[in-house]
Design a protein around this ligand. Sequence first.
Ligand code: ADP
Ligand code: ZN
Length: 787
Amino acid sequence: MFAEIVFPDLEGRSFTYSIKPGKEEKQAIRGARVLVPFRKGVKTGYILDLKEKPPRGITTIKPVMRIIHPVIPDRLFRLALWMADYYFVSMGKMLHSVYPAPARLGHNEIILPGLLFSMAPQLLKNLVPEKGITKRALLEKGNYQEREIDGFIEKGLIQRRVLVQDGKSKERVIVYTGPETTSPEISARALRQREIVDRLLAVGGSLPLKEFGRSSAVKALEAKGLVAVREVSASRGEKKQLLFSPFLKALTSEQERVYQDVRKTLDKGFSVHLIHGITGSGKTELYLHLMKDVLKKGRDVLYLVPEVALTAHLTHRLEAALGERVNVLHSYMGRRERYEAWNRAFSSAGEVFIGPRSALFTPSPHLGLIIVDEEHESSFKQEEAPRYNGRDAAVYRGKEEGIPVLLGSATPSVESYYNAVHLKKYRLHILKERYDTAVLPRVTIVDMRSDSCESGKTYPFSREMLNQLRKRKERGEQSILFMNRKGYHTALICSQCGTPLECRHCSHLLTYYKGRHVLQCHLCSSHFSREDVRCSQCGGNIFTESGMGTEKIDERVKELLPELTVMRIDGSTVGRHDTAKALFREFEKGGADILIGTQMVAKGIDFENVTFVGVLSADAMMNLPDFRANERTFQLISQVCGRSGRGKKEGEALIQTWMPHHYVLQSALAHDYEAFFASELAFRKELGYPPFTRICRIIFENREKSVLEKECKELEKQLERISGPAVTAIFQVFEKTPRRSDFYRAFLLLRSSELRELRRAVFSVKERCRKMKSRILVDMDPAYLGL
Ligand code: ADP
Ligand code: ZN
């Protein structure tokens, strides 16, 4: 047999290898990760296809060295195929993302002599005995870097063997797969069968098979489709018998209605549900009930969240309700933990896998439900290849698996809401009431145009804002001040010629940090000393400060309200997620009267004593050059305001603006998502933006600005002909690439109401650019325009 192999770094090409007959042949399936000889070394690749005969004209075919286990289920392979096609990525890259990075297990990883060991440097030869050495020991004794070892492996000098402890000992369990709502009918004489079913229903989930043995009763139940026997990792088996029902709360009638509606579809194949529920309406509670139903049947749940850093609270809640079936997969985890969780997923029966977009690739073979929480968040979109949207790919996975997908949000994305309301592709469920007596905060607006005389002295605070802050202090309550920009001044303008100071590397406006006395670029993280900067136009060194960030706000609050204590949370005060957690905890304990912060304060925090939220910079967010700026502002304001009044006390929120009549603010004020959606949809329609069109952004990169410009100019000349009448194409500005500042970039935006036409245009641009020196990257459904 022959395998067509693809590699992540060799795009658009595949290579043929042979597979030894026998055991190897049985293990070889598409999607498998393999080790193959390549040029002078060894390389990791993926089986794309299997063939009886090699392609004609190929004479020397090398054999596959090893098939690395475990291999992803075929449904995941099909998901990868779809994603590779839709997002214009190679299957090599795509499969490389589907598999986690091989676990670097430290002492559990054994290094052995490789195929080309005889060519290894003497030191390596001395250190690696025939029976192998642990990786950790090799790192220490050889004083090597991790990277060097990887290099030796790539060259085939040594090889690694991973010892996964968990995967080895398996246990068989029996799971209930019968109807959910009624206990199945079983003939009165089949007492043993009745007993088994009743016990399974009572514990919910699974029981070790050894309790029953593979008896005739079990076999009879299997034949009726009422139970199934599965293999799970032994170490997990016992914990699975935990009961969960006593910990679940009784649903309110509104929640119950939605629950029953969704529940009905659990066994009915693919469906998508959009749960539009205001903050605190019990979406999570609803998910818990649905998850319980799925887990009871021995099926798994995928729970995707926008960002894991802030989900500790959620995880505890899931664990309290569902027991030890909750597996968190996140980027702060060590490779080993992550690899083990991934491994476990192959043999799971009734577990929850919670994680960010990459958790989409959890290889569970028995998925029963996918939940995408906060589906509107742009962090579901990956900003490097493969540039996929985790939410949209989750919907596709649901389709492949034939299971329901739940998208939840208090402020759904315009695309999802449109899919539900206009296209009827998703079923819409609405939760209107906040649980218990909690009510939504009262939101008001300060018109800064009329308040400006007062705020001259107190800028950027209106009188109303200061009064509110004082009032909360008097009542012993806390406030949050939201400012979407960090730093002290967000721009410095040359006093002589009016040119704003830009980053030397990427032309982005520089932000001034007073505390550290530096200017920083938020795109490429370059720092410049305040003393050294000169205007790029006239060489002047006197600057007018403009635009405020959180650091300045912090200072102003202290000047204006010296009796109040302040804490600040933004990207510059917290380095890692641990620090953020610690700061939040301190604030929750009453560590300060006011918490000042960026986006970070908008999400997932629940403080009893916070009764006031002030939004200082709504306008700046709306004015960003991106068609989603309005949507993001609405979402963020709703979210931030939702932080107020989470406890027993009523909350208030205040938004300062120069555009008080803007529909974004008016609908945020009224907590009226539908009103926002209607206005926003009209705006999108008029300008031809999604959901009425689809956008694909093509990125061109080159070290030489002149080459890039020349190539783009040439392309631009032919653009109309290439893109065709159904596609509009525009070139955006040239930029230096963030973080890789020696590259220049140009963006080409393609837009069409016809997906087919858009794809055709992308293909022809790619085709046309094949001989270009510039690199081209395709970004389908980009999350951010502008930069
Ligand atoms: P959401 O996810 O929509 O923001 P949650 O599920 O977190 O809402 O619910 C908000 C709060 O109300 C939580 O503390 C939750 O425990 C509580 N709650 C919601 N529904 C119920 C219920 N039916 N019974 C008891 N508490 C509930
Ligand atoms: Zn820069």
